[in-house]
Design a protein around this ligand. Sequence first.
Ligand code: ADP
Ligand code: MG
Length: 345
Amino acid sequence: MLLRKTAVAFVVFTIVVFLALRSLNPDPNLIEFNGATMGTHYSIKLSPNDSSELKYFKSAVDDLLFRFERQMSTYQQHSELMQFNRYPVGKWFPATKELVDLMQESLLISEITLGAFDITVGPLVRLWGFGADHKGNKVPSETEIDDLLNQIGYQYIEVDKINKALKKQKQLEVDLSAIAKGRAVDEVAHLLDSMDVANYMVEIGGEVRTKGRRSVERAWQIGIESPLIGERAVQAVVSLQQDAMASSGDYRNFFESGGVRYSHTIDPRTGYPVRHQLAAVTVIRDSTSEADALATAFMVLGPQEGYDLALKESIAAYFIIKEDSGFTTKMTPQFKPYLTQVATP
Ligand code: ADP
Ligand code: MG
């Protein structure tokens, strides 16, 4: 599904991000615009050479995002991705470069994360009630889950980059929800680069990419939300330059049944929503798509396995872990230089 962040989640995140920025002197040279995309909102701040360029920038960004959704959405029945999902097994589907690239990157991240990230998890996402059709939330039976596990497996997708084509070796569905927002942020950033914008912050549904500075005195500063339900607080603030940041959490999109919280992140190895003490994870990378997918993968792997993988791969990652008394945090050495402020307990 592309991409389910509720309006409430968006408002919460936006407020948190801007809470961190509020104390800073506003820069009169920065302009800001926002809009709707992929079931959530985008927000862009930038410093154009001339403020009359604003209208042009906004329509260029809106056009790009409109096209992007037509390619990657699982909400649009006629998107390119949904056409691939309906395409016969074993036949090469001619695809756009953008879809081929994103599928290839997704498969690479599945390999790095040993299948924790898996774009074929869609049928399970729907079974658990988190799909585009929002079929309500109930705990499925073990048999239902086992049946669907047979339809999961990124290994059954083939990508031919040279001839720009995709193939599935068995009946499965692709859901790019956990990486597409990140890739859209990257595409908008590249568009702004091509228009010689020197300073910008692009944000879609909480995934962020920056370039340059917010002002002469200040770098871009972004708040990392505390994983609290129905409350807004900043857990930490990071300072970004030419960087991308994405977060994943179990506290925004979930349901509760029998005292158990079921989150929208599914462990493709078990078929169940993740069940560990990791409440949220934030990743900083060069590319937002990678940060987005890795954050979801770490959310699947949990506080120990996820942390170990981030350490092994030298990935800047920040983990917020649930304890009886509140939260504890831990981060990889690569994350430390970004941290400018931490919430006092
Ligand atoms: P988060 O910000 O929590 O990472 P995202 O919107 O980036 O949320 O991704 C969550 C969505 O990704 C889910 O709603 C589902 O469609 C899909 N998803 C769930 N589990 C996985 C997984 N293990 N691998 C890839 N995609 C997943
Ligand atoms: Mg994600």
